[in-house]
Design a protein around this ligand. Structure first.
Ligand SMILES: [Zn+2]
Length: 164
């Protein structure tokens, strides 16, 4: 399912990970019960990620269309594991679709336009680039670093579709 996540204040790092996993995630430092009574703002794809047990209990008890997950652990690795497990999330595609910082959907940008904004070896070896319309950060295929791939391998097992 195309989940849309809403995360509360202490979950900045988990927010970035939800975006790595390919989902929209709105980091809402002031996420509170107040926001949940907004009419029409949420549907069955909506998932609240919270460290606030009282918020979790409240949402569990009202007629709310989406899901709410109480994040048990302080450690971001365990947090990521928890949501992958609870929602059965699959391994993400090897390319970023949205900016990890803003969550904005990336837009194609011509190779010429990035010539002085990416490392030379990247410019020389990569054909397709995308840019965040908000913060102007540049992404390219292969943006997943080795370290990130290693984290994904730990979370999902090695990706056997990739040649090594
Ligand atoms: Zn951005």
């Amino acid at each position: 399912m195309d989940f849309v996540f809403f995360s509360d204040a202490p979950l900045a790092r988990l927010t970035r990970w939800v975006r790595i996993l390919g989902y929209a995630c709105f980091h809402c430092p002031e996420l509170s019960i107040r926001h949940l009574v907004m009419p029409g703002g949420f549907d069955e794809r909506s998932v609240i990620l919270t460290r606030q047990i009282d918020l979790y209990r409240h949402v569990s008890q009202i007629d709310w269309p989406g899901q709410v997950i109480f994040i048990k652990d302080n450690d971001w690795r365990k947090q990521v594991r928890q949501i992958i497990h609870d929602l059965h999330l699959p391994r993400p595609s090897p390319e970023f679709k949205q900016c990890l910082l803003c969550g904005a959907e990336l837009e194609p940008i011509s190779r010429n336009a990035v010539s002085d904004r990416v490392p030379v070896f990247v410019y020389d070896t990569v054909d397709q680039f995308r840019m965040c319309p908000e913060c102007k950060r540049i992404y390219w295929s292969g943006t997943h670093s080795r370290r990130l791939v290693r984290h994904l391998d730990e979370l999902f097992g090695p990706d056997e579709t990739l040649d090594s």
